[in-house]
Ligand binder design. Structure first.
Ligand code: SAM
Length: 248
């Protein structure tokens, strides 16, 4: 069978495409794209005449079966999304899982990813982190996810839509307190790239200072809670509570 290539594309600055991504897009038989019109613009910019097919959340099951069969029949495929690394809060999982099951060779090219880029510049600990993707849209569900960070000691990374960023930072203040440290990365690799760090109040002040501050694309990172309070294992805490009631 032929190879499935997973090809990251720029998240803002077109110069972030890699030489290997360009060579791959030039040489494959098919380019499976989240949005073919969007990808055509990218291909046009680099003068690539690839054949595209759509693969998005609404047709992924059918398209994955079809593409997998083409791969088995010897046609190579590059998978791209609108921006960044496919499968990272983007389509492609169904296709990759199917190809793995069928023993199709898969090569993922390293490249742009907003989460990793933001984290590397955040100043927050990077030795361990949780990537949470997008928070649920409904407020109750969002708060429930944020509650899981109350005792989390490592950095959490979220993608956020512009129309929800203020609500999310307010929810962080409500659920995790006014002192939790945040870093908001905005418009990475674009002209108005900005990093804002501080407590929820500082971030909200930035977002309200100028209507332009709420537009664009965001990665929100939340520092872990101070580890001293959670270093005590839950069983020990339970024991302490029992002892407290027993002691004079
Ligand atoms: N697959 C992509 C990746 O590897 O980063 C992510 C796709 S996801 C549908 C889009 C989200 O990624 C945006 O809503 C935003 O949270 C984040 N994002 C993408 N590009 C960004 C950029 N240039 N600056 C900040 N965040 C970005």
């Amino acid at each position: 069978s032929a190879t499935l290539y997973i090809v990251p594309t720029p998240i803002g600055n077109l110069q972030d495409i890699t030489q290997r991504a360009l060579d791959t897009l030039r040489n494959v038989d098919w380019i499976a794209a989240e949005d073919t019109r969007h990808t055509h613009k990218l291909l046009q910019h680099f003068s690539i005449n690839g054949r595209t097919l759509s693969l998005h959340e609404h047709n992924e099951d059918k398209r994955a079966a079809m593409l997998c069969q083409r791969l088995i029949d010897g046609e190579s495929v590059a998978l791209v999304s609108d921006a960044g690394t496919p499968l990272i809060s983007d389509p492609g999982f169904v296709l990759v899982r199917k190809c793995r099951e069928e023993g199709v060779k898969i090569i993922a090219l390293p490249g742009p990813c907003a989460a990793v880029t933001a984290l590397s510049a955040s100043g927050l600990p990077t030795d361990k982190f949780v990537f949470e993707g997008f928070l649920p849209v409904k407020m109750l569900a969002r708060e429930q996810v944020l509650e899981t960070l109350q005792t989390r000691t490592i950095t959490s990374v979220f993608y956020e839509a512009p129309r929800r960023v203020v609500d999310t930072v307010e929810a962080v203040a409500k659920v995790l307190g006014e002192d939790r440290q945040l870093v908001l990365a905005k418009e990475i690799s674009k002209t108005f790239e900005t990093y804002v760090s501080g407590n929820p109040q500082t971030i909200l002040e930035y977002l309200h200072r100028d209507p332009a501050h709420q537009k664009g694309e965001f990665v929100l990172m939340i520092a872990g809670c101070a580890s001293t309070t959670t270093e005590v294992p839950p069983e020990a805490l339970q024991l302490l509570t029992i002892l407290q009631t027993e002691l004079p």
